[in-house]
Ligand binder design. Structure first.
Ligand SMILES: [Zn+2]
Length: 218
């Protein structure tokens, strides 16, 4: 019989109801209920995680990068950021973040954009858009439901003249972000397969996703 400590601080050791190691280049999706925490862990560092959110009860309501940026008056996603929907409602809040530098400007990779940006020979390479479409099909959603996404752990500094570029990431092995759901949401993510720019350090690696039944931070 396994003995469990009754004195353990519940906040120091969240109760995870779900944990899954997402292989390099693979998609994942799941439902996070209101009040639960989604943790995304960059297990090996410098791995972009392209992510979409949809309201579980009304999928026409989904993450809106423009509303999020406008509401917080800042282009970056970091601790304290409230991810907003296209109906101006809070979907999730970043309650812990060991990086504090995530992108929601640069969009996701696709076979089409790869071939334009990196040459026709890259057209066969698997990409986030294909990951999104295959995962969205599980919820009877498709191309028309894809919106501008978040890129967790991807570094896209915006310069004073407004220009920006994807540069080497700063996330180290074990870097994580915690998001508290403010409504029941469907998370659809692509563990980015990109090999033609620094977003994955030219070497896609596994990540881990976990869901806790309570917020992991105040
Ligand atoms: Zn990608």
């Amino acid at each position: 019989m396994v003995q469990h400590s009754q004195t353990r601080d519940a906040r120091a050791e969240p109760q995870w109801r779900f944990a899954w190691r997402v292989p390099a280049r693979a998609p994942w999706s799941g439902v996070i209920h209101r009040g639960e925490t989604l943790r995304i862990i960059d297990l090996f560092g410098s791995q972009a995680v392209d992510t979409l959110f949809y309201a579980a009860s009304a999928r026409g309501e989904r993450y809106c990068a423009q509303t999020t940026v406008r509401t917080q008056r800042n282009i970056y996603v970091r601790r304290g950021t409230v991810l907003m929907s296209n109906e101006d409602r809070p979907m999730l809040t970043v309650i812990a973040d060991t990086l504090n530098d995530h992108d929601t400007s640069a969009g996701c990779c696709s076979k089409e954009s790869n071939s334009v940006r990196y040459g026709a020979e890259t057209r066969h390479q698997h990409a986030c858009r294909e990951n999104f479409l295959s995962e969205l099909s599980r919820y009877d959603m498709g191309k028309a439901d894809m919106v501008s996404n978040l890129n967790f752990f991807m570094r896209v500094p915006v310069l004073a003249d407004g220009s920006f570029a994807i540069v080497d990431g700063l996330s180290r092995p074990g870097t994580y972000i915690d998001l508290r759901a403010e409504m029941d949401v469907i998370c659809v993510l692509s563990n980015c397969p990109q090999m033609n720019n620094p977003c994955n350090a030219y070497n896609p690696t596994p990540i881990e996703v976990k869901i806790a039944t309570v917020p992991t931070s105040p």
